[in-house]
Design a protein around this ligand. Structure first.
Ligand code: ATP
Length: 251
């Protein structure tokens, strides 16, 4: 059994940004892009996540936080159509959100899974051609410009993640779901990637759902957060309610 001291030890991450702030006024009045009620999700009949309710509105960044094994990835994979749900309702633009990932992508979803999804054997330029919107990606991440002729497999982890995220954002998705963007990356790179999320939310009105273990860093860009603990929602709040988050993490 995990002690509260052990759980508390999973919380701190990254520098102490003096960030927590109130969300941009009026975000919760914008159209609800994703509305999840009573979601039960898991593997076969085994529920790893039970009774999750959450909403993501146009133009806001929402973080789904929690320690290892809390059920964050299971939730995200289910919302993206990669895992069948066991029960509950998922609505997208107020209509049922059903079918496999490729059908949801046609309705404006972009999904960035935990493992980097670039074509490792192709050059950066060819990876961008497949996406078809290279100018926008290069405007977002200019450091990819000098690397256009390089094979994606030879890029650093951070550069690969810029390519992955840039391609997803270049589609101007209505909804972006991102799983653990920060894994294995230097803090400065993570900040660049997270900044791109908030810019896209604000400028394109994209609804962003960000799964993240580095809670402190995620709160730097999130407007609101939900905390998952052992498969259930333990707490939720605005970025400025971070005390409630830390308290729930250790309780
Ligand atoms: P992490 O941050 O470590 O990835 P998480 O919050 O994303 O954790 P999940 O990966 O969603 O958590 O795991 C939730 C639960 O589901 C865990 O108990 C995990 O062992 C279980 N689980 C994950 N993948 C599978 C699988 N393919 N088959 C069966 N159980 C699984």
């Amino acid at each position: 059994m995990t002690s509260s001291a052990q759980r508390a030890a999973t919380v701190p991450d990254g520098p102490d940004h003096p960030v927590p702030r109130d969300p941009v006024p009026g975000l919760s009045q914008r159209p609800c892009v994703l509305r999840v009620s009573g979601l039960v999700a898991g593997y076969g009949d085994l529920a790893a996540v039970r009774g999750v309710d959450l909403e993501v509105h146009a133009g806001e960044v929402v973080a789904l936080l929690g320690p290892n094994g809390a059920g964050k990835t299971t939730t995200l994979l289910t919302l993206a159509g990669e895992l069948p749900k066991i029960a509950g309702e998922v609505r997208y633009m107020e209509r049922p959100f059903k079918g496999p990932l490729h059908q949801r992508v046609r309705r404006g979803l972009a999904f960035v899974p935990e493992e980097r999804s670039v074509f490792m054997g192709l050059s950066v330029a060819d990876n961008l051609k497949i996406g078809g919107r290279s100018a926008r990606v290069l405007a977002m991440f200019p450091e990819l410009g000098p690397l256009l002729g390089r094979r994606a497999g030879l890029l650093s982890g951070g550069e690969q993640q810029m390519l992955t995220l840039g391609r997803a954002l270049a589609m101007k998705p209505k909804m972006l779901m991102v799983d653990e963007l920060s894994v294995g990356l230097a803090p400065l790179i993570v900040d660049r990637l997270f900044d791109a999320l908030i810019t896209t939310a604000r400028e394109d009105g994209t609804a962003v759902l960000l799964v993240e273990q580095q809670a402190r860093r995620a709160l730097r860009v999130a407007d609101r957060w939900y905390l998952l603990s052992r498969g259930v929602l333990a707490a939720k709040g605005n970025a400025s309610d971070s005390d409630a988050l830390w308290e729930s993490y250790v309780s």
